[in-house]
Design a protein around this ligand. Structure first.
Ligand code: PGA
Length: 249
């Protein structure tokens, strides 16, 4: 049984006042039956960890450098995130792939760094609209999986997030058939590469315009083990019903 995961990615949003949203979220889910993760901006990781100290809610980073330390102004290492109390980090989010030209190889190195630091990596993959319209989705997914994942990983230290680029922040969501097709495909690739034990146990999240009104139908799709949520994770009142839908799935 894969433990379900409701993950929120605050992106470049949030100041210390936003910690109230964490407090409200925890109050609504005092004893969650699913894993809950919030990835605030780096400036809030430490204070978010302190805020969530007495709750199962986990805190993660949104990115990490491939190196443990060194002359990389403005970057943060996985070891630093771990030291700050984070337990997860996103790697390969499409906004990083686009804004910072991150390649699959770079993402693989970041994922390895996350593992070395004891973090769970949420490795993000997904096709653009152009790639989907050209019927290339599964090839793109296969290539990103092959390139972004290290050869050695475990089901405990790795989560996959399938996020079609065209669905992120747009309000457009693939059909449940489209989501199911990609998630089943990801599952089969993982089983092929890592064996049935590990490949079957890695959690696969869907991300892209998940909100309270569509969460339940997305969570009913095969091989959807939770969600990576952007916009609807900023407010506890938006994210909480998604957590509830996942618990009920
Ligand atoms: P969205 O973002 O929920 O705002 O579409 C998802 C993501 O980028 O992780």
């Amino acid at each position: 049984m894969r433990r379900k995961l409701a993950a929120g990615n605050w992106k470049m949003n949030g100041t210390s006042a936003s910690l109230d949203e964490l407090t409200a979220l925890m109050a609504t889910h005092p004893d969650p039956q699913v894993d809950i993760l919030i990835c605030p901006p780096a400036t809030l990781v430490t204070s978010a960890v302190v805020t969530a100290a007495d709750h199962a809610l986990q805190i993660g980073g949104q990115d990490c450098h491939r190196n443990e330390s060194g002359a990389h102004t403005g970057d943060i290492s996985a070891a630093m995130l771990r030291d700050a109390g984070a337990s997860y980090v996103l790697t390969g989010h499409s906004e990083r792939r686009t804004d910072h030209n991150e390649s699959d190889e770079e993402i693989r190195n970041k994922t390895k760094a996350a593992h070395a630091a004891g973090l769970i990596a949420v490795v993000c993959i997904g096709e653009t609209l152009k790639e989907r319209e050209a019927a290339n989705t599964l090839d793109i997914i296969a290539g990103q999986l092959a390139g972004s994942l290290p050869d050695v990983l475990t089901a405990e230290n790795t989560v996959i997030a399938y996020e079609p680029v065209w669905a992120i922040g747009t309000g457009k969501v693939p059909t449940t058939n489209q989501i199911g097709e990609v998630h089943d495909y990801i599952r089969s690739r993982l089983e092929q590469r890592y064996g049935a034990g590990v490949g079957t146990s890695i959690r696969i999240l869907y991300g892209g315009s998940v909100k309270a009104s569509n969460a339940a139908e997305i969570f009913a799709v095969s091989n959807v083990d939770g969600a990576l949520v952007g916009g609807a994770s900023l407010k506890a009142s938006d994210f909480s019903p998604i957590v509830t839908a996942l618990q009920n799935a």
